[in-house]
Design a protein around this ligand. Sequence first.
Ligand code: NAP
Length: 249
Amino acid sequence: MSPDPKLQGKVALVTGASRGIGRAIAERLARAGADVACIATSAENASATVEACKAHGVNAMAYGVDVGNTDAVAENVKAVMADLGGLDILVNNAGITRDQILMRMTEEDFDTVVTVNLKGTWNFVKAATRPLMKCAGRIVNISSVVGVTGNAGQVNYAASKAGVFGLTRSVAKELAGRKVTCNAIAPGFIETDMTAAIDEAAATKLTESIPLGRIGKAEEIAAAVEFLVGPDGTYVTGQTLIIDGGLSL
Ligand code: NAP
């Protein structure tokens, strides 16, 4: 158990927890004492994260759920509540890209990305609203700096991530009366499988355009999540925290 178990007794649900930013978030919340439900496309994919969380002395379980499937998400939230005894913290992190210039982007490219990134967030927020209202719960939605700035070749992704901002602010207003907070984080260029697909020359050029001169780490996003869902984040709601090394300046 963490020497400073700020989240002891809390149950957190993290989507996209098998790798990258989601795995770092799950481990960070476990280190702070939370029990963690780790969601990925299959339970097997999230099993290594579960073991890493358990190493912090907390309970953790893996679930396979397509975040874009409304019924499956509703069932998953019920299962997590039954298995872990409640739900206090929801982190919507699962996300995908299907990059293509607009003229070549298919309807399927658009629909698939919006379904996972935006509707997936809505699915979990909707399914978790009732339990979160009972415990002054916390919601953090992982968007992207591209949702703020736009990006050529990512019309679908940028639209889905910009949608997450509007959803976040609206949920914040709707649930504030029940002391539920809802915030978004907009990461810049973070070292994960998602960005490993970018070719070396483009990655070098992108890195050079970051004022802090380096790519970000998943742990740097996880640290901000811990703040927003912990005892120091109680008066922050409806906000977007851009964590991009200054890329969007
Ligand atoms: P990643 O390494 O590609 O991991 C994506 C995660 O999402 C995996 O756990 C994956 O599960 C899960 N996932 C994908 N589709 C899913 C679905 N339909 N249902 C359930 N889970 C699904 O991504 P990442 O780089 O860590 O990114 C995490 C989040 O941060 C995303 O929302 C991304 O848009 C955002 N973000 C990333 C960056 C960056 O530079 N990396 C920048 C800005 C924003 P499986 O392992 O089972 O496939």
